[in-house]
Design a protein around this ligand. Structure first.
Ligand SMILES: Cc1cc2nc3c(=O)[nH]c(=O)nc-3n(C[C@H](O)[C@H](O)[C@H](O)COP(=O)(O)OP(=O)(O)OC[C@H]3O[C@@H](n4cnc5c(N)ncnc54)[C@H](O)[C@@H]3O)c2cc1C
Length: 467
């Protein structure tokens, strides 16, 4: 009886109502969708702006089943949520190649060094940071006892007071830029410590290959996780459906507007970066704290990631691991991204987007010349080149990561998590550990699905009690 009244009411308002609408079909949104399905629900819909799923994970197809990742790719110890997901989906992992010497280029100087675990960071300051990180909980760094004091400083401010060698200073500059998407001068110390906390209070583990966050890759590339999850809920996904307006989030039924339709839902999981939420019109407007936080969300972690493909990983013959670090040049860091059977030689790199020509052929040639200097003349002749400059790619990933500047977390952090009305905030940035990573995205997706199911149950039991 109650159901038929609801259906009549919803029909009057213009269409059926789903239990849950998920905005965003990245790893986070798809994890929620998968969990809802596994919990027995089919009353959900996933709205995705792009014409593909996967968000910040995607593959370059190198032919014959070989891929190189255009976005997120590495996972490591402690990242159990994504490792479990892969296991459940039957996706295997393999060790990232790191054996041999790394080549450093500085002007016309060149030297080689065996980094052991592939970590570029070390020294006394690392121990001090690890000790400080123990008191900065990654789930809510702004609650640390000395949060205000830590958040006043940038990482660069703090490093300036340490007795660093020149090499150590360069390592911090490089690793912060690669891992956080911003140099130490633009990173709040509180944020930096909270990420170390998330990594078992061990900065080395965050930065290393062997035993660290770059330890493993997925056979078939990270995108395969999203593809497999999407396959299982394919009828529930609407691609090319950017949500532009969310109305009635403070009531019982929320309306989500896309160019094509209006979806009505009892709960909404917003599985994307807060900076993208700022592009959605909310009616009624969001409370000032949340709205301002979204507006000020850091989007400077933009990256350009390149792929050079060779017929074989020729650098391995000379005992090199494919890692090239160029001090002061356009190449930040390259890594051997060859497939497990080494049937092709693949170098992936993060580059300073503005220091390379925008034209991809010119960029390819400039990087090939740098590789030739470091690894040998064969590097001049890649058989394929691919790249994604995430700063100009499209409108749906404003930033690869979220590098919080000093002051951000203590001022705005408390607005990141709390649900508002029917809105549940998800996406990697809301994860309690490993935020900003693929593991964080999966964790946030699981938590958001549970929250949605709990709210729906509570709502049902309230209406039963009132009936
Ligand atoms: C170059 C690069 C390298 C990286 N390297 C690593 C790595 O090695 N290891 C690691 O763990 N992580 C890495 N990351 C980070 C990792 O990829 C992300 O943290 C993770 O994929 C985020 O997943 P998500 O679902 O939270 O967000 P997203 O993947 O951003 O998904 C959000 C989705 O929402 C959609 N969307 C946005 N606005 C709207 C709208 N209005 N309506 C509907 N849909 C919308 C987007 O199109 C997107 O599909 C990297 C990222 C990049 C870009």
């Amino acid at each position: 009886m109650a159901w038929s009244i609801l259906r009549r009411r919803s029909a009057r308002r213009g269409g059926p109502v789903v239990d849950v609408a998920i905005i965003g079909a990245g790893l986070s949104g798809l994890t929620s969708a998968r969990d809802l399905k596994r919990a027995g629900s089919n009353s959900f819909i996933v709205l995705e702006a792009r014409d593909r799923v996967g968000g910040r994970t995607c593959n370059h197809d190198l032919g014959n089943g070989v891929v190189s990742e255009g976005g997120g790719q590495w996972i490591g110890p402690g990242q159990t949520a994504i490792a479990n997901l892969a296991r459940e989906l039957g996706v295997e992992t393999f060790d990232s190649f790191h054996i041999g010497r790394t080549v450093y280029l500085a002007g016309h100087d060149k030297f080689e060094q065996d980094e052991g675990d592939g970590s570029m960071i070390g020294g006394e300051a690392v121990g001090t940071l690890n000790a400080l990180a123990r008191f900065v909980p990654s789930a809510a760094p702004w609650t640390a006892a000395n949060a205000a004091e830590l958040d006043r400083q940038s990482l660069a401010d703090w490093l300036a007071q340490q007795p660093l060698t020149e090499d150590e200073a360069i390592s911090f500059e490089l690793t912060a830029t690669l891992t956080f998407g911003a140099p130490p001068a633009k990173l709040g110390l509180l944020h930096y410590l909270s990420v170390i906390n998330s990594s078992g209070c061990d900065l080395g583990r965050l930065e290393a290959m062997k035993g660290g966050a770059q330890e493993k890759r997925f056979v078939g590339g990270s995108f395969i996780l999203s593809a497999k999850m999407a396959e299982a809920v394919t009828g529930n996904i609407r691609l090319s459906s950017p949500v532009s307006r969310i109305a009635g989030w403070d009531g019982d039924i929320v309306e989500l507007h896309t160019d094509r339709e209006i979806i009505r839902a009892r709960q909404v999981i917003v599985a994307m970066s807060p900076s993208l939420c700022d592009r959605i019109a909310f009616d009624p407007p969001l409370p000032a704290g949340r709205a301002e936080m979204q507006k000020l969300w850091p989007t400077n972690g933009r990256m350009r990631k390149t792929v050079h493909v060779y017929t074989r990983p020729f650098w391995r013959d000379a005992g090199l691991n494919g890692q090239v670090i160029q001090i002061g040049g356009p190449l930040l860091w390259s890594a051997d991204n060859s497939p497990p059977d080494a049937s092709l030689g693949v170098l992936t790199a993060f580059v300073k987007e503005a220091a390379l020509p925008a034209d991809s052929k010119k960029a390819r040639d400039m990087l090939s010349a740098i590789y030739a200097e470091a690894l040998g003349k064969q590097a001049l002749h890649p058989v394929q080149y691919h790249e994604i400059d995430w700063s100009v790619h499209d409108n749906w990933s404003l930033s690869c990561t979220s590098p919080y500047p000093p002051g951000f977390l203590t001022k705005w952090g408390r607005h990141i998590h709390p649900p508002l009305g029917r809105l549940i905030w998800s996406g990697t940035d809301t994860a309690e550990i490993h935020a900003s990573s693929m593991d964080g995205a999966v964790r946030a997706g699981h938590r958001a699905a549970l929250q949605a199911l709990r709210s729906l149950t509570e709502k049902k039991s309230t209406s039963c009690a009132g009936a």
